[in-house]
Design a protein around this ligand. Structure first.
Ligand code: DAH
Length: 341
């Protein structure tokens, strides 16, 4: 028995543990419940009772050296291989990554841009923080026009030498910037956000989106404007929409008109949305006023042009049957995630 103990001690001492599999093999061979050390313990009962205490001590020392070797090896391996290889549980269900979606207003704007791009309009942008001069003066607004009123316009600074700074109330100042910047022929659309100091309700908000159009060339006529709007409306609202041009007034166009389409919700029969009229107003438009052309260095004797401006948010609300404009600006993912592709 003593010989077996000595032999096993030599085996244990000679066993090299350099990595986790070797440690596992060592434990299996020596220290587990059915390992070699336990095997010798089982033989203790066959030893002469007089020798048992001594042999028992030897066995205990053998077991201790096996356990110590395991403990040391575990510590060493834990140090040399820190948590660089995290254990991965491949049976766990995957985690869904959050995927954003295009905002409904951007979807509608995208459709509008595609339609006009196909007709040869390129895209121009301008600042949302605008000078009074571009937002009003150069667009032929008289000095005391009610639209300049504090009620409507968010002024940022007033009475500064470079002029009043405000949040643009429409996308029309981009027309001015393009005309000052480019020589005709000009064919652009200007999409963007605009701001008005209005009472906030389900139908109106202090910020909304417009899409402006401007076309300047030789011999542009109101008929060209009508044809363009017709083509746009058919692609945007359906091939059987009808249009109605109503005379109107804007300081920057002459003549001016507002355009209605037959209500595409009730097909023109009259419903709650079109207030039983069968018509929905979609835009303002007209022939660019000669004063605006002159203000921007373009000779109105040589060039003529048309302009139009439309709201984007109302069309979005109608298309997606959303009943409160504020939902478009709250950026609540519970609402936005319903518009993922
Ligand atoms: N700027 C106008 C508004 O905000 C909309 C508009 C009307 C734009 C007629 C135009 C236009 O370019 O010709 O109400």
């Amino acid at each position: 028995m003593e010989k077996s103990i000595l032999q096993l001690q030599q085996e244990i001492d000679g066993f090299e543990i350099l990595d986790a599999p070797q440690l596992e093999a060592f434990k299996l061979e020596f220290t587990v419940r059915k390992g070699k050390i336990a095997g010798l313990f089982a033989q203790l009962k066959t030893v002469d009772p007089a020798d048992r205490p001594r042999i028992g001590q030897l066995l205990n020392a053998l077991k201790l050296s096996g356990d110590t070797k395991v403990g040391e090896a575990e510590e060493r391996l834990a140090q040399s291989a820190p948590a660089s290889q995290p254990s991965i549980d491949l049976s766990l269900p995957g985690r869904r990554t959050f995927c954003g979606s295009e905002h409904p207003v951007q979807k509608v704007l995208g459709d509008m841009k595609r339609i006009f791009n196909a007709m040869g309009f390129s895209i121009a942008t301008g600042p949302e923080l605008e000078l009074d001069e571009y937002n009003f003066d150069l667009l032929n607004f008289p000095p005391n026009h009610p639209a300049r009123d504090m009620q409507d316009t968010f002024f940022i600074t007033r009475g500064q030498s470079e002029g009043d700074v405000l949040l643009r109330t429409h996308t029309s100042p981009v027309q001015v910037r393009v005309m000052l910047d480019q020589k005709p022929p000009i064919r652009v659309i200007c999409p963007g956000k605009v701001y008005r100091n209005e009472a906030i309700s389900a139908r109106s908000y202090c910020v909304f989106h417009q899409l402006e159009g401007l076309y300047i060339d030789k011999n542009v006529s109101f008929a060209d404007l009508k044809a363009t709007i017709y083509s746009f409306a058919r692609q945007m609202f359906g091939t059987d929409v009808k249009l109605r041009f109503r005379p109107s007034f804007f300081p920057f166009t002459e003549p001016s008109a507002e355009v209605d389409v037959t209500c595409y919700l009730c097909g023109g029969k009259g419903c709650r949305v079109c207030k039983k009229s069968g018509w929905l107003e979609i835009m303002g438009c007209g022939m660019v006023h000669p004063n605006v052309m002159r203000n921007c260095g373009i000779d109105p004797e040589e060039w003529t042009g048309y302009a139009f401006g439309m709201g984007v948010d109302r069309t979005t609300l109608l298309r997606y049957k959303i009943d409160d404009i504020r939902l478009l600006f709250e950026n609540d993912v519970r609402m936005l995630s319903q518009f993922s592709a």
